[in-house]
Design a protein around this ligand. Structure first.
Ligand SMILES: Cc1ncc(COP(=O)(O)O)c(C=O)c1O
Length: 323
C-alpha cells in the first residue's frame, strides 16, 4: 500500500493514456537514451553525425569512447553520404529536423537500412518509429516537464537495469514561469539546462512521468498542427522554405530574419537559435540558411488563433515596411 492521507502533492490528473511512447524505454534525457543504446546495445565502429546539429548529442559518444565523423546535408536535407561510406559496423544519426523531415527520415531508412540508422526524434515527439527503427526522443522540447527522454531500441533487447531519476531540483524554472514570468526565470532555466551534460543515466522520474500522464496528447498535436497551418497560410508568401506541415515550430526563412529576430524580441517574442555553438564557417549554404536566416516560430499548445494572428501580422507588417 502506498502512503495515504497527509498533505497534498501537485494536483495532476492521470488521463489514462500513459506517457505516449508507452512501448519505449523511459529515460531522463535524449542524450542519455543514446548513451544507454551505445553502452548496452550496439557498439558501432564509427558513428556518422550531422555537422548541423546540437553538439550535446556528442556527449554520449565521448563518454562511451565511440569514434565519430561529421557529415553535411544536401540541398534536400539528406546526408551527403552514400551507403558505401557507412561500413557494416558503423551507425548514422539522423535528426528529424524541426519536425518537418518525415520524408527525409523515410529516405534515410530506405537508403541506409534501419540496422544502421538512429533517428533523433527530439523535434518530432509525435512520430512513432517503424518496426525495427532505433529512435530517441526528448520530452522537454515539447512539454513543460523537468527532463525526460525515450529510447526505442529496434530489434535489440535492453537488459541493463537502471535506477530511477528524481526531478525535484529541475523544477524551479517551470514553477517560476507559471507563478511569475519567463524572463524572471530564464537564468534558472539556463542553469538547469547546463546541468544536463552531467546528468547520470537514469530512467524517467515519477514526477516527469506523472506530468506526461496528465497531458492530452491528441489535443496537443491538433493544436500544434493547426497553429502551423495558420502561420503557413499567413507567412508562406515570404518564406523561402516550404514545409507544408509540422509539429515542433514553424521554420520561417527570410533574408531579413536577423533584423526580424530583434524586432520580435522587442515585442517579447523569444525565439531559439539552432544551434548557437556551431562554427558557421563549416556550414553548407542550406545549413547556413537555417542557421542565419530562419526564425523558428512557436506553434505549441500554449497558443491558438489569436497568437498566430499576432505573430503573423507583426512579421508581415515589418516586411512590408522594410522588405
Ligand atoms: C536535435 C537534438 N537532439 C538531442 C538533443 C538533446 O536532448 P536532451 O537535452 O533531452 O538530451 C537536443 C538538445 O537540445 C537536440 O536539439
Amino acid at each position: 500500500m502506498t502512503e495515504l492521507g497527509g498533505y497534498f502533492g501537485l494536483e495532476l490528473r492521470d488521463l489514462g493514456n500513459g506517457v505516449f511512447h508507452n512501448d519505449a524505454i523511459s529515460i531522463n534525457s535524449a542524450r542519455n537514451a543514446l548513451d544507454l543504446l551505445l553502452r548496452s546495445i550496439v557498439r558501432p565502429a564509427k558513428m556518422y553525425v550531422p555537422y548541423f546539429c546540437c553538439h550535446v548529442i556528442l556527449e554520449p559518444l565521448k563518454r562511451q569512447n565511440v569514434e565519430y565523423e561529421f557529415y553535411s546535408l544536401s540541398d534536400s536535407l539528406l546526408p551527403e553520404l552514400s551507403i558505401n561510406n557507412v561500413a557494416g559496423n558503423d551507425l548514422l544519426l539522423y535528426p528529424n529536423y524541426f519536425g518537418v523531415c518525415d520524408s527525409q527520415v523515410e529516405e534515410v531508412l530506405r537508403q541506409f537500412g534501419s540496422q544502421r540508422v538512429i533517428i533523433d526524434n527530439t523535434h518530432a515527439f509525435f512520430n512513432r518509429p517503424q518496426e525495427s527503427e532505433v529512435s530517441i526522443y526528448s520530452t522537454r522540447k515539447f512539454f513543460g516537464v523537468p527532463d525526460g527522454g525515450f529510447l526505442y531500441p529496434g530489434n535489440h533487447e535492453v537488459v541493463e537495469k537502471i535506477p530511477r531519476d528524481h526531478s525535484i531540483n529541475r523544477c524551479e524554472h517551470l514553477l517560476g514561469r507559471t507563478d511569475h514570468s519567463a524572463k524572471h526565470f530564464y537564468g534558472s532555466f539556463k542553469e538547469i539546462d547546463s546541468q544536463f551534460s552531467q546528468l547520470p543515466l537514469a530512467s524517467m522520474s515519477k514526477l516527469t512521468e506523472s506530468i506526461l500522464c496528465s497531458i492530452d496528447f491528441e489535443w496537443v498535436l491538433r493544436k500544434r498542427r493547426n497553429n502551423y497551418e495558420h502561420l503557413h497560410s499567413k507567412l508562406n508568401v515570404a518564406n523561402h522554405h516550404n514545409f507544408l506541415s509540422g509539429q515542433f515550430c514553424y521554420p520561417f526563412c527570410n533574408k531579413l530574419a536577423p533584423e526580424l529576430r530583434n524586432f520580435l524580441l522587442q515585442h517579447e517574442i523569444y525565439l531559439p537559435r539552432y544551434w548557437p555553438d556551431i562554427d558557421v564557417g563549416k556550414l553548407s549554404p542550406l545549413e547556413n540558411s537555417f542557421f542565419e536566416y530562419t526564425l523558428f516560430l512557436p506553434i505549441d499548445q500554449r497558443y491558438g488563433h489569436k497568437e498566430m494572428e499576432y505573430i503573423g501580422d507583426l512579421i508581415m507588417g515589418y516586411l512590408s515596411k522594410h522588405g
